[in-house]
Design a protein around this ligand. Structure first.
Ligand SMILES: Nc1nc2c(ncn2[C@@H]2O[C@H](COP(=O)(O)OP(=O)(O)OP(=O)(O)O)[C@@H](O)[C@H]2O)c(=O)[nH]1
Ligand SMILES: [Mg+2]
Length: 454
């Protein structure tokens, strides 16, 4: 049996105690398979004539494995090509519960269906031309989106706005190649179809467009994956207390013993509609303790990886307090904050002096963090379309390199073959984004990251 003819199935909803579980099947002969186990009668197995059901209709019935009654179900049919995968698709809604799912799964396998691989439904949708590769990737992003912004970007990509932009750029490149190659055919007649000055200007404009799209990834990745916010500082200043305050739970151990946090802790958090990955780190100090030393080393890595660093100090340490108050610098990624202001209320005039214990001014700190995150997101966002996918960014970078080579060729008076070679390579690279030139490895790499059932 060839891969394409296999009937695949997977739960489309979470399996467990719930109202219903939806099990999706896709592939040629899906309807015949269903008719082998769907009965209109509860009392005995009377096969349903599913071949006569019309597409996009829902039918009540009883699922049997031979004489064994499994569950009362509702089945929805989608006939090829008007389905998610472009193949015949059926969705069986059973009662929720893992036992029922196991029984249905055993039955479907007995009837010749196979468990779907992660992302296999979307892969089939792509291979059957129901969506391009960037749109298929957006399906996974949409499922994972945790904020309004991430959701909007995934929807933009899913509905093809991003793909249209890529196709537009690709069309431009195809036109330039065609003209250059056509001119070669007329080289003996000395006909000039492409004015090199005009081409140079067009290539320059394209390079600028590619660069602005590539840069938008800096914003896109933050919107999609969250802002990495690391809380750092010396031992005992209240980093874990601030961490717990924002999470609204006692996630990290807090004690008055310096060096309490050994390894870093990481938790997701949404503030001001922005997703953050909040990291509590070990207090940084010189130490002979091997475990604490390792904690400090890991803290330093987290500082490197952070988009925003919250540098905490203790108000009772007056030297540090003065230094920190004067160095609130909004141009870099650090926000300096003084904690334990409840111990020295006189210092509370400073903008970022807080108390994680009493909650005083913690709202001001939250607002400062959100403002910095917003600034980060808008900083690299000059394009009308935002890249959220590293693979797309890499394809654009590669494509841009070829365009830079093409520009050099034009400037140095290179022949049409050389210029057109570079432009064609640039075109192939951006074509990979929407999957026009994607190979099997690229596809596998993309779809194996999907969840089962999508
Ligand atoms: N008075 C007061 N005490 C605080 C405040 N925040 C934290 N503390 C206390 O300071 C001590 C240290 O707090 P932690 O949150 O464990 O400090 P830390 O920076 O994570 O310390 P390490 O993990 O050892 O680096 C604990 O006794 C806390 O109760 C505050 O705002 N006011
Ligand atoms: Mg700590």
């Amino acid at each position: 049996m060839s891969f394409d003819n296999r009937i695949i199935f997977a739960p489309a909803t979470m399996v467990g105690e719930s109202g219903i579980t939806v099990i999706r099947l896709s592939g040629k002969d899906t309807f015949a398979l269903i008719s082998n186990c769907l009965s209109k009668s509860y009392a005995e197995f009377l096969p349903a004539d599913v071949d006569h059901y019309t597409s996009h209709t829902t039918h009540h019935g009883y699922l049997f494995s031979g004489a064994d009654f499994i569950d009362e179900v509702v089945v929805t049919f989608f006939k090829a090509p008007n389905s998610y995968t472009g193949e015949d698709v059926a969705e069986i809604s059973t009662h929720g519960g893992s036992y029922i799912y196991r029984k249905v799964s055993d039955l479907l396998m007995k009837l010749g269906a196979f468990h779907a691989e992660p992302g296999e439904f979307s892969k089939r949708a792509y291979l059957n031309g129901k969506m391009d590769l960037a749109q298929a990737e957006a399906v996974a992003d949409l499922i994972k989106a945790k904020t309004d912004q991430a959701n909007k970007l995934a929807l933009q990509q899913l509905t093809g706005k991003f793909s249209s932009k890529i196709k537009e750029l690709r069309e431009d490149l195809i036109n330039y190649c065609s003209l250059l190659e056509l001119e070669l055919d007329f080289s003996e007649e000395g006909i000039d179809l492409v004015e090199k000055d005009v081409l140079l200007e067009k290539v320059n404009k394209l390079i600028a467009k590619f660069q602005s799209l590539t840069q938008s990834y800096e914003s896109g990745k933050i919107i999609k994956n969250g802002v990495n916010l690391a809380i750092i500082g010396r031992p005992n200043v209240g980093k874990s207390s601030i961490f717990n305050y924002f999470l609204d739970e006692n996630r990290a151990i807090v004690s008055d013993i310096p060096g309490t946090t050994r390894d870093y802790l990481e938790e997701p958090l949404i503030m001001g509609g922005i997703q953050f990955n909040l990291v509590d780190t070990a207090g940084i100090r010189e130490t002979k303790d091997v475990i604490e030393k390792e904690g400090v080393r890991r803290s330093k890595i987290k500082i490197e990886e952070a988009d925003i660093v919250l540098e905490v100090d203790d108000v009772t340490n007056s030297d540090i307090a003065v230094e920190a108050f004067s160095e609130t610098d909004n141009s870099n990624k650090t926000i300096k904050v003084i904690n334990k202001i409840d111990l020295m209320p006189g210092k509370s005039n400073a903008a970022l002096a807080v108390s994680a214990k009493s909650g005083e001014k913690m709202d001001v700190l939250e607002a400062a963090i959100i403002a910095k995150a917003k600034e980060l997101i808008s900083r690299n966002n000059q394009s009308d379309v935002i890249i959220t996918n590293e693979r797309h960014r890499d394809c654009l970078l590669k494509s841009c390199e070829y365009l830079v080579n093409a520009r050099e060729q034009i400037q140095q008076g290179g022949g049409n073959e050389l210029i057109s070679f570079e432009i064609r390579a640039a075109m192939d690279s951006i074509s990979e984004i929407i999957g026009k030139t994607a190979n099997v490895d690229i596809l596998n790499n993309i779809f194996t990251k999907f969840c089962i059932g999508k």
